[in-house]
Design a protein around this ligand. Structure first.
Ligand code: FAD
Ligand code: PYC
Length: 404
């Protein structure tokens, strides 16, 4: 783009909110946008509005550390996230928008026998479900990541790792903008600065949605609001088994590329990767207390930097550039909730907690099929809200980033 030339805007100029749509999606983050995109593309459902209270994908989709992987523990989890990684691989060409998908391998370090046992368990479950993961010893870890501190006289010496070659990163904003642009080209209306503030429930369904820009009707409604999940569900008249907790992250100043794989340590509760811009992207556990503020805090920074320096002493001479937080919607079993709700024609995509960025393509793909056909696809059937009353939980805590 030369001087005076401007890049074409991602979205058309804002227009007035319509009075009714076949489908209204509440929440313009990755999951809402992917659901809209696949509804239009795969099912020809185009009278769709996405309502976003802030700017496009400014919630957790803008705040995450972009780790994409399929090395989960349950059969349902590995299959679902495996499908998502598969869709991610071709998303740039599908959208004709460079999402900067970058496969670089994912190492979950273990430092004791318990960690090794979980790594072996995950490796077997992954292989049985067609996902490549293997347990490797400390020599192999050192070859894949020569920057790691391999000394044996530290608090948690590295004994080995679960190695998942398919682990990757992608540019978070580009994922959202690419999906939004294509969905909008197919007729989907994306309304930013449009907050759902009330719902009229009549005869078991939501008759009207009230927003700060007017009232509208919807044939079907999809709720994709991450940290606002319990609040929106209450507006619709039911409760969700979700707690809302901040999750914080950091980046260092940028340097030339030195760190290829993504590295996670459950014992030390930290993880790191290097972004395409050269910044080290780092994070750790969720905050200890439920909270709906996305402010970042000094104690978390201090708690994470000690363990991080134990793993990568060379970082001691680097400066942190930014720190921020998002609001994670965490379920009891650390798996998402996708499916119908107690309200007729009101569907849920929630409980994405600390793991939902990698799930955006498969989540949207399956949610769109369910909303368009009224049938729950096999891929997401295990993630129903009902599982909390039938006690068919999908336990993924051991595979959730640093364990949290
Ligand atoms: P969001 O992107 O939060 O979108 C929800 C949208 O709903 C928001 O934009 C919000 O403004 C809007 N909204 C809320 N209320 C209303 C309302 N009343 N009306 C209209 N709109 C409303 N996942 C990974 O897979 N890998 C990672 O490495 C990773 N790292 C993370 C690091 C951090 C620090 C955080 C916070 C999260 C991380 N995650 C990660 C999790 C991931 O970011 C989320 O699970 C995912 O982005 C959820 O997407 P979403 O579309 O459901 O939510
Ligand atoms: O799901 O891999 C993940 C992750 C890393 C950090 C937060 N979530």
């Amino acid at each position: 783009y030369g001087l005076g030339q401007r890049r074409a805007p991602v979205l058309p100029a804002p227009r007035a909110l319509g009075s009714g749509y076949d489908v209204v999606i509440i929440g313009g983050g990755g999951h809402g946008l992917a659901t809209a995109y696949y509804l239009a593309k795969n099912w020809g459902v185009r009278k769709v509005a996405v309502l976003e209270k802030g700017w496009l994908a400014g919630g957790n989709t803008a705040r995450n550390t972009t780790i994409i992987r399929a090395n989960y523990l349950s059969n349902a989890g590995v299959r679902f996230f495996g499908k998502s990684v598969e869709l991610y691989r071709t998303l740039s060409s599908e959208l004709d928008y460079n999402i900067m998908f970058s496969p670089r391998g994912h190492l979950t370090l273990f430092h004791d026998d318990g960690g090794k046992r979980t790594a072996r368990w995950r490796a077997e479950q992954n292989r049985l479900n067609g996902v490549h993961s293997e347990v490797i010893d400390r020599q192999a870890v050192a070859r894949l990541c020569p920057q790691l501190n391999m000394r044996e006289d530290v608090r948690y010496p590295v004994l080995g790792a679960l190695y998942h070659p398919g682990g990757a990163t992608a540019r978070h904003d580009a994922v959202a903008w690419g999906l939004a642009r294509r969905a909008s080209e197919m007729g989907v209306e994306i309304h930013t600065q449009t907050q759902v503030i009330g719902m009229d429930r009549e005869g078991g369904r939501i008759a009207r949605l009230h927003t700060n820009r007017g009232t509208l009707r919807a044939g079907r409604i999809v709720q994709c609001v991450a940290g606002a999940s319990p609040a929106l569900a209450q507006m619709a008249g039911f409760d969700l088994p979700i707690r809302v907790v901040p999750l914080q992250a950091f980046v260092s100043e940028p340097v030339k590329p030195v760190l290829d794989p993504i590295v996670v340590s459950g014992n030390l509760a930290v993880y790191i990767s290097q972004s395409a811009r050269g910044e080290f992207v780092m994070g750790g556990e969720i905050d200890a207390y439920p909270c709906v503020s996305s402010r970042s805090s000094h104690d978390i920074k201090e708690d994470m930097m000690g363990p991080m320096l134990e793993l990568f002493p060379f970082l001691a001479r680097m400066k942190l550039l930014r720190q921020w937080g998002g609001i994670a919607d965490v379920t009891q079993d650390y798996s998402p909730i996708m499916g119908p709700s107690p309200v007729q024609d009101y569907f849920l995509s929630a409980g994405w907690g600390t793991m939902g960025f990698k799930a955006i393509p498969a989540g949207g793909y399956a949610m769109a099929e369910m909303v368009a056909t009224g049938r729950v696809p096999d891929l997401i059937a295990p993630f129903s809200l009902e599982r909390f009353s039938t006690l068919s939980l999908v336990g993924e805590r051991a595979a959730a980033a640093v364990g949290h």
